[in-house]
Design a protein around this ligand. Structure first.
Ligand SMILES: [Zn+2]
Length: 179
């Protein structure tokens, strides 16, 4: 038989799925045929390569090289938000806003002040007073603006109180001011 009739069978021969008669024919042929024996060897190598689990191992000095590369890079600039200046600027802005609020909406400010003073027990009344007083200023956005201003006032009042308290504690802890 010619090689051309065996070559299509070699793949199945390697896989061991040929009928016993064909298998025997191919086996007998490749003993004498260097060409088909060569093809058979190539198929076996390819099959072995395909079946071998391939794991990609990093180079032995991989970690060292990466870390050396990292060290050679310029240090990233750490962008830190300066906390105290930001808080100070916020408070300055907030109290300016509150001052303007007092100036332009006196009644509303009085309501807010009364609310803060009376505490949360009468908070709702103060809130309603605020709403009425600021109605002519903000029209349809009345409720949200009032709530915002009220929240701002409460937060800023607490912040200012905390800062004054902090200063007071530091002063009273100073023996020079104890007299
Ligand atoms: Zn052959």
């Amino acid at each position: 038989m010619l090689c051309s009739s065996f070559e299509p069978l070699l793949d199945e021969y390697v896989d061991g799925v040929l009928a016993p008669r064909d298998h025997a024919l191919v086996a007998a042929h490749v003993v004498d045929c260097a060409n088909c024996a060569g093809l058979l060897e190539e198929l076996r190598v390819i099959d072995a390569l395909l079946l071998t689990p391939r794991t990609l191992d990093p180079a032995p000095n991989f970690t060292f090289k990466v870390m050396a590369e990292v060290r050679s890079q310029p240090a990233p600039a750490v962008h830190r938000i300066p906390t105290l200046p930001v808080i100070s600027a916020y408070l300055a802005f907030a109290w300016t806003a509150i001052a303007l609020f007092f100036f332009f909406a006196r009644n509303a400010a009085d309501g807010a002040l009364g609310t803060v003073r009376a505490g949360f027990a009468h908070g709702l009344d103060g809130f309603n007073g605020l709403a009425v007083a600021t109605g002519h200023l903000f029209g349809p956005h009345l409720t949200s603006v009032t709530a915002l201003m009220f929240g701002l006032l409460v937060v800023d009042a607490f912040a200012a109180l905390a800062i004054f308290g902090f200063i007071y504690i530091r002063r009273s802890g100073d023996p020079r001011s104890a007299s």
